[in-house]
Design a protein around this ligand. Structure first.
Ligand code: MD6
Ligand code: FE
Length: 211
């Protein structure tokens, strides 16, 4: 890419304390090409929380480990409890995207061993939470939005308070590092919209280093 074109790619924008937005960074057509094969191997499912509630967001994983919620608690597991098999391998384009996004936000050397795949229908929300089941919390989490938009809410280190509201569109990548890595965050109820390829759905991939 020549310098003129390179300069047209928007730089990573720091939203808050190590949380970066990389607008339209990801080629989501390429991601969507890989998805059916992954979802066939390890289907999306509504996991049960330790509190006994079913999550509205449908989830699955690819990579060496997968994030699992069960009545017994949250964990990373190398086996998909639904199929009894290992999670499908993380596709090379996923790995490359996660590494490049982390580096673009200033976090070099990130090598994810988990890709959590979330699917939202219209009306689905994700309650504020902190991701803290990972061994080494200094690695960032890289999050890729696909399909219809959603509003990502970034709070602080305490539950509640005022959120920074970040609209996320298809292809947008959020990198949560630095102090924001341990900030509460969630997703507001997804409002009605349609994506030409996948209809009224939003997928989100979060790349993590679990071990
Ligand atoms: C979502 N994302 O965007 C949910 N977690 O659907 C997350 O929970 C998340 O975007 C850690 C880091 C980045 C994220
Ligand atoms: Fe999260």
């Amino acid at each position: 890419m020549n310098d003129l074109l390179a300069n047209l790619r928007p730089a990573a924008e720091e939203m808050k304390d190590g949380a970066f937005l990389l607008a339209n960074f990801a080629d989501t057509d390429k991601i969507l090409q890989e998805l059916p094969r992954l979802l066939e191997a390890s289907p999306l499912r509504h996991m049960t929380t330790p509190g006994g509630r079913q999550m509205r967001v449908a989830m699955t994983n690819c990579g060496q480990y997968g994030w699992v919620s069960a009545p017994s608690g949250y964990r990373y597991d190398s086996t998909d409890p639904t199929t009894g098999n290992p999670w499908p391998d993380m596709p090379e384009p996923f790995m490359a995207l996660a590494k490049n996004a982390a580096a673009a936000a200033g976090y070099d050397g990130f090598a994810p061993d988990v890709c959590l795949i979330n699917r939202y229908g219209v009306g689905t929300r994700l309650s504020p939470h902190i991701d803290q089941d990972e061994a080494e919390k200094s690695w960032p989490i890289v999050s890729v939005s696909i399909g219809i938009p959603a509003i990502f809410q970034l709070f602080g280190s305490a539950r509640g308070g005022t959120a920074t509201n970040i609209p996320l569109y298809d292809g947008d990548v959020m990198v949560l590092g630095g102090r924001a890595r341990m900030y509460y965050h969630g997703v507001k109820p997804v409002t009605a919209a349609r994506d030409a390829r996948i209809g009224a759905l939003r997928y989100n991939l979060t790349f993590r280093r679990a071990r």
